[in-house]
Design a binder for this molecule. Structure first.
Ligand code: PLP
Ligand code: COI
Length: 355
């Protein structure tokens, strides 16, 4: 039976899978909730989004997603506070970035109401699935791909926008050891690095596997020109603390403009931490590690939140970072998660209640 909630048609699942899920032992993004939002682009327009039971989708083998990789996605989280109230974090930023990615991949712009009203209705419906254990949340994956068919190498004429949700624990189990990449590149000038395009991740898997074989969990990507400046990690923006200054690379067309990154910069300034957004060379990083002025490095992203880096490898050498009490990473992680989980005042206006 179908009902309408805030203009979104909802077809409810006949049974729920929620009792099969071990909420005390959640990994990241590997079990999915009972429903998903689906919205088709056909005949030159986005149709009304609807919520249906979570299910496989059928595609023609000539769907352009398979051949030309026209696919983009977002990553967001829903949080539940101690009173059971549900919040999203800066969801409009994800919507805007999805359309920025869409533009670059020649995918039609999605109307704001399709995204926001659909997301709201879905999260309301799935609110029982939002975990409350420390560090857990409901990971939300909005994505758009070319479902239209044809071997002609040109944009498809049909697309699907879907939002799926996965109750999730931490992305990393502990500190992250990273390898500074000297051979491969994630993105190039004028390319799609700033978009959240599926292919950006596919291209990272092989170099990341080579790094994993050497004992590193993530690659730190460097500029494609000379591998001279650090840019970002596989699924995170990167912060570096030299003495008491916190730095991160400026965004450009090779770097994803992370919502966590810009929130961390604002919180750090509010904490009175000196921040610099500037190019950071590998040479400077190595020198700072050698002379002891490199105090911390951490990654920042929706999935990874704030993930401290234990050390980095470069040119066959490993550089280990000190263990600090009251690290910037721990202070900033507490501040951002306190806002996300409604444990502290939200002076920036970032929390979005789902009521
Ligand atoms: N950089 C890359 C390549 C990412 O995949 C992500 C994850 O979304 C980020 C940075 C962090 O972005 P955000 O904080 O908006 O999740
Ligand atoms: C996120 O942080 O939401 C991401 O998209 C990272 C993802 C590649 C796991």
């Amino acid at each position: 039976m179908e009902t309408m909630v805030n203009n979104i048609a909802i077809e409810k699942a006949k049974t729920s899978k929620i009792h099969d899920v071990d909420f005390d032992n959640l990994s990241f993004g590997s079990v999915y909730t009972d429903h998903m939002l689906v919205c088709d682009y056909k005949n030159g327009e986005w149709e009304a989004p609807k919520i249906v039971p979570y299910q496989p989708i059928t595609l023609d083998p000539s769907a352009k997603i398979f051949h030309y990789g026209q696919s983009i996605f977002e990553g967001m989280k829903a949080y539940k506070d101690e009173d059971g109230k549900v919040f999203l974090f800066r969801p409009l930023e994800n919507f805007k970035r999805l359309n920025k990615s869409a533009e670059r991949l020649a995918i039609p712009q999605l109307p704001e109401s399709h995204f926001m009203d659909g997301l709201h209705a879905l999260i309301q419906l799935e609110s029982d699935w939002i975990p409350t254990n420390a560090g857990s949340s409901l990971y939300i994956r909005p994505f758009i791909f070319a479902s239209g068919t044809g071997f002609h190498a040109s944009p498809a004429n049909e697309y699907k926008f879907i939002i799926a949700c996965a109750p999730s624990g931490s992305y990393f189990s502990g500190k992250v050891k990273v390898l500074i990449e000297e051979t491969y590149s994630r993105a190039a000038n004028g390319g799609v690095g700033y978009a959240k395009a599926g292919g950006n991740y596919a291209g990272q898997f092989y170099p990341t596997k080579l790094a994993a074989d050497k004992g590193y969990q993530q690659v730190i990507w460097t500029d494609d020109n000379a591998h001279e400046y650090i840019e970002e990690a596989g699924a995170m923006n990167v912060f570096v603390r030299i003495n008491d200054t916190l730095m991160t690379a400026p965004t450009n067309d090779r770097i994803l403009d992370g919502i966590t990154r810009k929130s961390i910069l604002d919180i750090a300034k509010d904490e009175g931490i000196k921040t610099e957004v500037r190019k950071i060379s590998v040479h400077e990083l190595v020198e700072a590690a050698k002379n002891g002025s490199l105090k911390e490095m951490f990654g920042a992203g929706t999935a990874a939140v704030v993930s401290p880096i234990s050390g980095f490898g470069f040119h066959g050498e490993d550089y280990t970072l000190p263990e600090l009490t009251n690290s910037y990473a721990s202070v900033l992680k507490k501040r951002i998660t306190d806002i996300q989980y409604n444990r502290a005042e939200d002076k920036f206006g970032w929390r979005y209640p789902v009521e």
